[in-house]
Design a binder for this molecule. Structure first.
Ligand code: G4P
Length: 543
């Protein structure tokens, strides 16, 4: 291996690219901040929280523009820890929740599922989990807020298994809970880790390590009044027979689980260390030419997100490129494989906190922001090998639907141009009704903010004022190829439409309607995502 390839192999091996999935308020901002503090990427606590507060302070358009600025810059955070280069991809929640949140997971090699110990598995976590499962990436679980009274830990493990259908395998076990939460027993290294000190905003936690089996005298003494509970809990886990299995973790069949408190820092560092040890480095990616190895192939990557600047004076956009193979070098020329045109990687930025730094080079697993003059679409491949196309980024089921009406007939052309462009950027999904013509399309979005962004951009960039009428659908499913709508007699709670690729899509009012339809037509195979054009791969999520 030549020196360049050796460097590349070393850089790939030390990268960890992941996203945190959670329900609002589980503590994602707090945990992110602690991870950045450990990685030396933040000097003082409070910076991430301040950004979050700014984001939610008001919702007028000026604020939205500012917020966009913030969310661009906080989209990818990176830090170094114990020799690893860690890339943390932001998955917006709350009002910002959108299809981008799902698409970001397509660029991650692993996910951390953050759960509030008192609340268990909540709705948004479940949705994001499903996307991770479709991609079969490893999922690590951090049970947060152990410094408060929460649910029984064993009951939480059962809930994860029942609700998500994945084996939760605790790699550590809590010693006490609430005000008495004093540490964890580390099952892999067979030691109790006791924490003391620490308060929000600092990393000053004292950790004392006591080696020994759970019922050894030393560990019992360390656990104090919780000794028996720890011994019993661990015995039950061992008796349950689910053993930690790296292979099952790698394919998403098992989730290694950790306990702690992001607020007090208890358990954060032991979690981070184990996570970096067990999470995979960037691996081969599926393409029309089979699996593309990150080291063996020349430079390549795919666009998973496009962020437009809302400011009319600065119409630039940023395309987020996940590097998949080879070395990214600023100024190099590569190929935009959908159009076959050469592209110079001239203005590229590594987005971090509120500063944008120019990137000179990047490696597989890294995310680079490219200034986009309007040529990129979600899912595009850039590659030194011109015929390479990465497996497309699927369309995820929208949950909000609306019909478009334009007041002025004269504006219809501008409307379809604008909608087409914005759909390519992934702002919303567009569906057409058979026989309805293209003048009144149906729009679909994962989060309602997507509609607001669409309206704003159509008005400011295409001078089209848009009327949106909400529709009652909440779920979309893509039937397998060969589907003939005339062969079915659907109820009024189901509508057949077509997506931009002319594939049929079924829209349902509710999960119940979906279930009734499935029961009535067991032969109907429905996919959770629309990704019929998946070179080199099977359609994901078929049931
Ligand atoms: P999010 O990004 O997932 O929405 O959650 P965020 O970190 O903002 O945390 C939501 C609330 O939960 C915050 O309280 C935060 O301090 C608290 N929190 C996060 N981690 C822990 C933990 O480990 N233990 C406890 N007890 N609380 C935790 P808040 O009252 O909304 O804000 P603040 O007044 O603390 O700023």
């Amino acid at each position: 291996m030549d020196a360049d390839r050796r460097t590349l192999a070393r850089e790939v091996a030390r990268r960890r690219t992941f996203a945190i999935i959670s329900h609002p308020d589980a503590g994602k901002t707090t945990l992110t901040e602690k991870l950045l503090l450990y990685g030396g990427a933040l000097r003082e606590a409070g910076a991430v929280r301040a950004q979050k507060a700014a984001r939610h302070a008001t919702s007028d358009w000026l604020a939205l523009e500012k917020q966009r600025g913030i969310s661009v810059s906080s989209s990818v955070l990176h830090f170094e820890h114990r020799g690893c280069r860690v890339n943390l991809l932001d998955t917006p929640g709350h009002r910002d929740f959108s299809e981008d949140t799902y698409r970001t997971l397509v660029a991650a090699d692993a996910a951390v599922m953050l759960i509030d110990a008192a609340k268990g598995v909540e709705a948004q976590t479940r949705k994001l989990f499903e996307v991770c499962r479709l991609r079969r990436i490893p999922i690590f679980t951090f049970v947060n807020k152990m410094d408060r009274e929460g649910r029984d830990s064993l009951a939480l493990m059962s809930e994860i298994e029942d609700v998500l259908g994945i084996d939760a395998v605790p790699l550590n076990w809590p010693i006490g809970m609430g005000r008495d939460f004093r540490g964890v027993y580390d099952r892999l290294s067979r030691a109790a880790l006791l924490f003391s000190g620490g308060r929000h905003g600092t990393l000053e936690v004292d950790e004392t390590r006591i080696d020994g089996e759970p019922d050894s005298a030393d560990v019992r003494a360390a656990c104090g009044p919780f000794a028996q509970a720890v011994v019993d809990g661990l015995e039950l886990l061992e008796g349950a027979g689910v053993r930690f299995d790296r292979q099952a973790v790698a394919t998403g069949g098992q989730t290694p689980t950790f306990f702690g408190s992001a607020l007090t820092n208890y358990g954060v560092l032991p979690f981070l260390d184990r996570f970096l040890e067990l999470a995979p480095p960037p691996g081969p990616q599926r393409s029309n030419r089979g699996l593309i190895d990150p080291v063996e192939h020349p430079f390549s990557g795919f666009v998973f997100k496009i962020q437009a600047n809302m400011d009319p004076d600065h119409r630039d956009r940023i395309a987020f490129l996940r590097v998949c193979s080879g070395r990214f070098e600023r100024g190099a020329v590569t190929v935009h494989t959908r159009t076959g045109k050469p592209v110079r990687l001239a203005r590229s930025t590594l987005v971090m906190a509120q500063e944008r730094e120019e990137v000179e080079e990047a490696f597989p697993g890294d995310v680079v922001g490219l200034f986009d003059p309007g040529i990129f679409r979600i899912g595009d491949t850039l590659s030194d090998e011109p015929s390479l196309v990465y497996a497309g980024i699927p369309s995820f089921s929208p949950e909000h639907f609306a019909r478009v009406e334009v007041a002025e007939v004269m504006k219809r052309k501008a409307l379809s141009r604008g909608l087409e462009q914005l759909a390519q950027e992934g702002v919303v999904q567009i569906f057409g009704e058979p026989g309805a013509g293209s003048s009144a399309p149906i729009l679909g979005a994962v989060g309602p903010l997507q509609f607001e962004v669409l309206q704003h951009r159509l008005e400011s960039e295409y001078r089209v004022a848009l009327q949106l009428t909400p529709l009652p659908w909440t779920i979309a499913r893509w039937p397998r190829a060969g589907f003939d709508p005339d062969a079915f007699r659907f109820s009024e709670s189901v509508q057949v439409v077509r997506d931009r690729d002319e594939h049929p899509v079924l829209l349902f009012r509710s999960a119940w309607n979906l279930q009734v339809t499935r029961d009535k037509y067991p032969e109907l195979v429905l996919a959770e995502t629309g990704d019929a054009v998946q070179p080199g791969g099977e359609a994901a999520g078929e049931r």
